[in-house]
Design a protein around this ligand. Sequence first.
Ligand SMILES: Cc1ncc(COP(=O)(O)O)c(C=O)c1O
Length: 429
Amino acid sequence: MSDRSVVSGAVTTDVDGGGAGEIPALAPRADFPILAREVNGKPLIYLDSAASSQKPTQVLDAMDTFARTSYSNTHRGAYTLAEEATGAYERARKQVARFINASSVREVIFTRNTTESINLVARTWAEANLRPGDTVLTTEMEHHSNIVPWQLAAERTGARVDYVPLTDDGELDQAAYERLLETAKPKLVALTQMSNVLGTLPPVKEMIAKAHAMGALALLDGAQSVPHLPVDVRALDCDFLAFSAHKMLGPTGIGALWGRRELLEAMPPFLGGGSMIREVKMSGSTWADLPQKFEAGTPAIIEAVGLGAAVAYLSALGMEQVRAHEHALTRYALERLATVPEIRIFGPGAEARGGTISFTLGDIHAHDLATLLDRDGIAIRAGHHCAQPIMDRYCIPATARASFYVYSTSSEVDALAEALERAHGVFAL
Ligand SMILES: Cc1ncc(COP(=O)(O)O)c(C=O)c1O
């Protein structure tokens, strides 16, 4: 795996945009083979990275090379390939730990994705700690992954789930948050660090400090933040952080849960089976140390190598630069899209959000819009984005959503705006 082209690519202009006044891609677009394809006879404009990002050659090659040369199961063999595979898998864990500034590599648990990471906490921590009448506080802004596991945990334990409401402009209502901390005295606050619909970046550091001051733990849903911002678990002082590789240039099938070591050590196991045990007797079993206690069964080994390569790629770009690039693009997009007739853009201004923009266009259904844009080779998402409470809050069935990443450019934003103007014209007839 090499990050060479990332570093050199940061200064390329012609293939990556870069005409006067244009915001070019941060990463070399040539690193992303899929961006060279056409869709419906038009160059692909991929504006759906919030759902899943594309993978650079460096990630694809790392997985391919590993699978071709060093693949075997991990942790179990005394032969060369097993040692190489275990080494590669554990190296990926170290890369992830460094990427989020974990104090120990043992605090990084590999899971399938953000959803599984949150479910892990909502099964093990919640069942060991929640009692009837206790509260878990989440928000109206969450992806279903940070709502449903808590509802299920509440059903199992007799606890209840409360929600911090959204304001009209797509922020979390901070006064209501403070009131809920006072009145509900939650055991845990489960918060997104960036909304996958509104793009909102809630002030999570302050919110975590307030939760701690009231004796609550804080879990962050980092599905949209870890790929796009510098995330430092020690600086944030959170207790758990969940994220997915496939939204950060890596493969599907692997994600991570970071947790504070003492919390993870006190939690019962999640899934039972091979690899997570110290000793199994017919009378009962004992558990392996962290992180293996939470990694039952054969893990996603090739995918871990891909996640490690994705982290290396993003680190070479620099997460401050990733954030700056998407901020510039978002500011530009909010201005440009605002000129499209009858557009309604949801969420706060560029300063308080990441590179995800949800909108409606007149009374055109979001799915029709996405289908029409696909004819121009433009991929956007339409629907409730697994966040139905947000749709209910704004009394809409669905939104269209464009989302940016390191390979996105302002000319793609222009193409989107022009396609929306054409769509408006078609439906206005
Ligand atoms: C904010 C947020 N949380 C959780 C998830 C769930 O991620 P995954 O499907 O990878 O588990 C997503 C996916 O879109 C998301 O955007």
